[in-house]
Design a protein around this ligand. Structure first.
Ligand SMILES: [Zn+2]
Length: 77
C-alpha cells in the first residue's frame, strides 16, 4: 500500500496525518516548524480513493479481454 511521505522529513505517513501546501505534503511536526499556526489552515491530504484502483482494474480486464478476442480471431481462422 502506497503511503505518502512528508516533503520535509521524508518519513512515510498515513494520508490523514499530512496536510498539503502547494501540492507538497507536510507532517504536523515539520509543518508547524516551517509554517507555525498557518499549517493548520492547509487542507488535509485527501485519502487515496479505491475508485481509482477500480478504474485501473477494469481497464486491465478490458485490455486482457480485447487481446483474448484478438487471439481467438487469429487462431480461429
Ligand atoms: Zn515531516
Amino acid at each position: 500500500m502506497f503511503k505518502p511521505s512528508c516533503y520535509s522529513c521524508r518519513k512515510k505517513f498515513e494520508p490523514s496525518a499530512l496536510r498539503v501546501s502547494y501540492s507538497k505534503n507536510y507532517c504536523e511536526g515539520c509543518g508547524v516548524g516551517l509554517f507555525g499556526e498557518d499549517y493548520f489552515n492547509f487542507p488535509p491530504k485527501p485519502a487515496p480513493t479505491t475508485r481509482k484502483n477500480l478504474v485501473v482494474h477494469v481497464a486491465v480486464l478490458i485490455f486482457g479481454a480485447v487481446f483474448f478476442a484478438l487471439w481467438l480471431s487469429i487462431s480461429g481462422f
